[in-house]
Design a protein around this ligand. Structure first.
Ligand code: SIN
Length: 281
């Protein structure tokens, strides 16, 4: 097993080579992968031939399955969701704004994995932003301002009955279930300490973070907007370019991500698994 470390300013994206992840891995290998994954935010395994059972087995070496609300999983694989967009589809592509997966849960997933099957010849990149480096680089004044703040997170913008996915009016291949459950809120600290690296991260994202607690809506929007502009700067962003048969695994505690789109007219199919995480306190 060899690690190709990131060379860009984002410090995200370690490629793990000379390994066959279809087989169960030694504890030593799992520890090595885990260490690189938490330090570099996104672990990339190119050229892996996996069936879905092997994919599930690989994922389980990093923790139990997470809970997938709103996305209807595969019938025979209740922990795998197909991210599928067909060539003639007009609905917006899934995951097209910065987010951290299911940050409205009490214990959001630590990892999300995607395994690629059909990749368009153009577009379809996934972008990742380093929320730990973004925190470190805040001015001391801004660090003081965000220090003890808490934010409400909710799934309502995309998944409520009047949310984006319920109202867009275009046919979608992906099976999404919108529901009143999406209106529930969950409080998390704005600055989260990562349990494995000990680093502080900005645990906010424009899709699920709806309000800073104790602020007016205007004050909250202004500060969140300032932070989002800071977090999405190119120096923190890793652009992932897909190949078929590639598995990637990212750390939702220290990165936010978005799917870029730009492949209308082409098919794209990946399989997604989340791994349960811990509380954010
Ligand atoms: C997501 O899980 O948010 C989608 C990522 C992608 O399709 O690239």
């Amino acid at each position: 097993m060899e690690f190709k470390l990131p060379t860009s300013s984002s410090n995200l994206g370690v490629e793990i080579q000379n390994i066959n992840i279809a087989k169960s891995l030694s504890d030593k290998k799992i520890i090595g992968i885990r260490e690189h994954w938490v330090n570099y935010g996104v672990a990339i395994f190119p050229n892996q031939k996996l069936n879905l059972e092997e994919y599930e087995n690989f994922s389980q070496q990093f923790g139990p399955f997470g809970e997938e609300p709103f996305l209807i999983p595969m019938q025979e694989h209740p922990h795998i969701v197909k991210l599928h967009r067909k060539p003639d589809e007009e609905a917006t592509h899934f995951g097209g704004a910065w987010h951290s997966d299911w940050s409205f849960q009490s214990s959001p997933p630590s990892a999300t994995m995607l395994y690629s099957e059909i990749i368009p010849p153009t577009g379809g990149d996934t972008l990742f932003a380093n929320t730990a480096d973004a925190y470190d680089d805040l001015s001391s004044d801004l660090k003081q301002r965000v220090k003890n703040l808490r934010c409400l997170h909710s799934a309502k913008l995309p998944y409520a009955k009047d949310g984006v996915y319920a109202t867009e009016g275009k046919a979608r291949t992906m099976k999404i279930h919108t529901s009143d459950e999406a209106n529930k809120t969950m409080s998390h600290p704005l600055v989260r300490t990562h349990r494995e690296t000990g680093r502080q991260t900005l645990f906010i994202n424009p899709v699920y973070t709806i309000q800073i607690e104790g602020f007016t809506k205007e004050e909250s929007d202004a500060l969140l907007f300032e932070l989002y502009i800071h977090m999405a700067q190119e120096k923190y962003v890793y652009r992932h370019k897909w190949q078929p048969d590639m598995l990637i695994m990212w750390d939702n505690r220290s990165v936010m991500h978005m799917a870029e789109g730009g492949y209308d007219g082409y098919e794209r199919l990946l399989h997604r698994i989340t791994i349960a995480g811990d509380t954010t306190e």
